[in-house]
Design a protein around this ligand. Structure first.
Ligand code: SF4
Length: 221
């Protein structure tokens, strides 16, 4: 476990820290394969295109949402509708631009009618998300909402219980769950204040973990 990182109370299994090997030779190959993917039923249920991800593939901070909505499906970019504008604003509040982070989703194709992604769709798409996280190797991962949180923490606990807490993630990173921006838009005031507080924690974690990484890289031997 990372020095200075503490497990919160709760049912998060130790497998969270497993490092996942990527079957892809490069980030570009991963993206190429994803953009042509027909591995799950979402390929034939009305998607316009695969929404792979957006931002800096060398970012220290990665956000993982649920799946593309109508506007994302149209533009081929995640988080570009109202929820996207809220996310962009929350990122700006912690002093970063959208192009300085990376944003991806659990499933890369739009579920019809914005329904929840199904377990077999999430599992089929998982290698792309694992590949993105493996190549980017971020210091901090923020899971937005239940689907990304449950998938990456391998937990059944919900976002309301887990949000704003910090979990060790794959040896070199931490994961902080936060509300999905769409849920914040639906819920309003209190959820927005909680999200702002969670993003302040994200900013602190980013500074701390990035500094730990830099110092371990500079350490002799
Ligand atoms: S959701 Fe993922 S696994 Fe399914 S077709 Fe799209 S890219 Fe492939």
């Amino acid at each position: 476990m990372r020095s200075g990182t503490r497990w919160p109370d709760g049912g998060i299994p130790s497998s969270v820290s497993l490092v996942v090997e990527s079957p892809f030779a490069s980030f570009e190959e991963l993206e190429r394969e994803a953009l042509a993917c027909t591995k799950c039923p979402l390929a034939t249920q009305g998607r316009s295109q695969v929404v792979f991800g957006d931002g800096d593939p060398a970012a220290d901070l990665v956000f993982v949402g649920e799946g593309p909505g109508a506007e994302e499906d149209k533009q081929g970019i995640p988080f570009v509708g109202r929820a996207g504008r809220l996310l962009t604003g929350l990122i700006a509040d912690i002093g970063l631009r959208r192009d300085e982070v990376y944003i991806a989703n659990v499933v890369k194709c739009r579920p019809p009618g914005n329904r929840d992604p199904l377990p077999d769709e999430i599992e089929a798409c998982r290698p792309y998300l694992e590949g993105q996280l493996g190549f980017i190797d971020p210091a901090v991962v923020v899971t937005l909402g239940n689907f990304a949180t449950k998938l990456l923490l391998e937990t059944k606990d919900g976002i309301t219980k887990l949000r704003g807490r910090e979990f060790p993630f794959r040896e070199r990173a931490v994961l902080i769950p936060a509300f999905h921006p769409s849920a914040v838009l639906r819920s309003g005031g209190t959820a927005l204040a909680q999200s702002r507080a969670d993003f302040v924690r994200v900013k602190r974690a980013l500074g701390r973990v990035s500094a730990e990484r830099a110092s371990s890289q500079g350490a002799p031997g």
